[in-house]
Design a protein around this ligand. Structure first.
Ligand code: FPP
Length: 253
């Protein structure tokens, strides 16, 4: 049975792993790896726009990353602030809407202020949603969504909560679920990133370290995605039937 390759991914999620090893290989301090990682993010954002990707969600700092040495945590937070300050005009010019997901309560004030400013300044962007997960964890997200639902429905009991009803309370709302997740750096796990949202996401794992993951690598991942058959629990025959039906709606006769 053969299938037509399906449309390109509308939502890509990336676990940008390998900055530390990138710098270690070059006998450089880890912060250089993170700097190169930030500069690579800039390139990949542009490349996503060129591929008509509408939503890009990247994992910049996990709830577990607090276990890193305090100097590295400080360097990362400082980098986020500087990235925002230097990027905001470019984000606006490219029509990119900046968003942040994660528990912001522990952020330094400067970062909070800069995030608020960037979100406001780019809210009219229509080319791409760039969502940066900072102090984010998938388990945190599920828990805060359930708590959010409960707060909004004080007279309902939890057995009235459905999967669809939880959706508006997830940190990623109103984004669609990611079609493609890319993880660089050679590990093949989700590490608590978007664990609810990635239930049916195609996953591309590469050994390439994040600062080396360029436009050609992104194209390769998108091409790989195009060859996947997304069944969402259905049989091959059902999938083929619905793809033929979609084709006849798009191109009648
Ligand atoms: C993982 O590499 C990377 C991080 C924990 C930080 C990700 C941050 C950036 C790419 C900086 C740019 C982001 C923004 C939003 C400006 P690692 O340090 O775990 O690498 P390793 O596994 O090789 O040690």
């Amino acid at each position: 049975m053969s299938f037509e390759p399906h449309a390109s991914p509308k939502h890509i999620a990336i676990i940008m792993d390998g900055n530390g090893r990138w710098s270690k290989k070059r006998l450089m301090p880890r912060n250089i790896g993170h700097l190169m990682g930030a500069s690579n993010l800039r390139k990949i954002v542009k490349a996503c726009v060129n591929h008509s990707v509408k939503h890009l969600t990247v994992f910049a700092f996990s709830t577990e990353n607090w276990k890193r040495p305090p100097e590295e945590v400080a360097i990362l937070f400082d980098l986020f602030v500087r990235y925002l300050k230097s990027e905001i005009m470019e984000l606006q010019a490219q029509g990119i809407r900046w968003r942040v997901i994660g528990d912001q309560s522990a952020f330094p004030k400067e970062l909070k202020d800069q995030i608020d400013f960037a979100c406001k300044a780019t809210e009219r962007g229509t080319q791409l949603d760039l969502t940066v997960a900072i102090n984010y964890g998938g388990r945190w997200d599920i828990l805060q969504a359930v708590q959010g639902w409960q707060l909004a429905h004080p007279y309902e009991s939890l057995d009235q909560l459905s999967q669809d009803a939880l959706d508006p309370y997830l940190a990623t709302h109103p984004l669609p679920e990611p079609d493609l997740l890319i993880r660089t750096g050679g590990e093949s796990r989700l590490s608590n990133f978007l664990i609810w949202q990635c239930a049916y996401t195609e996953m591309f794992f590469t050994k390439e370290l994040w600062p080396d993951f360029g436009e050609a690598s992104l194209s390769e991942a998108i091409e790989w995605y195009g060859q996947r058959i997304r069944r969402f629990g259905k049989t091959d025959e059902q999938v083929q039937e619905s793809s033929l039906r979609a084709k006849s709606v798009l191109h009648p006769n």
